[in-house]
Ligand binder design. Structure first.
Ligand SMILES: [Zn+2]
Length: 129
């Protein structure tokens, strides 16, 4: 039929910036300390509504990994990558997990970065004192 089956996530959701398809939950973030070409990226234990591209070996800062790009199932834009195999022993925890580029996501409270959101909260609290 060509109709896409989309999983609906509940909770604090990260969604595709372009089409608002739900991609991952805040609760499933493993690490926020990842980086990609466009800046920050988050490691998630699981992601939804993505299609997985061709596997390839990629040399990263932390060693050689077999990865595949992942794409939003609805609009087809690339949203990050998934780890098939980590070749360094101390990077094995990444296997089966996926990185989403923060730049490609809408966060739980709109499109703003967590950092700027948190900074705004701190600033407004200080102004009230
Ligand atoms: Zn999309």
């Amino acid at each position: 039929m060509g109709r896409l089956f989309l999983v609906t996530l509940e909770g604090k959701i990260y969604s595709c910036k372009h089409c608002k398809t739900h991609l991952a939950l805040c609760d499933d973030i493993v690490s926020k300390s990842f980086h990609c070409r466009h800046g920050k990226a988050y490691l998630f234990s699981k992601v939804a509504n993505v299609t997985v591209g061709v596997k390839e070996d990629r040399m990263m800062m932390t060693g050689l990994h077999t990865v595949a790009d992942i794409f939003c199932v609805k609009c087809g834009s690339i949203v990050g990558w998934t780890y098939e195999t980590a070749h360094e022993k101390n990077q094995k925890y990444k296997e089966g997990k996926s990185v989403l580029e923060r730049f490609k996501l809408s966060g739980p409270d709109g499109s703003s970065y967590w950092v700027s959101h948190e900074a705004q909260i701190i600033r407004s609290e200080q102004e009230e004192v």
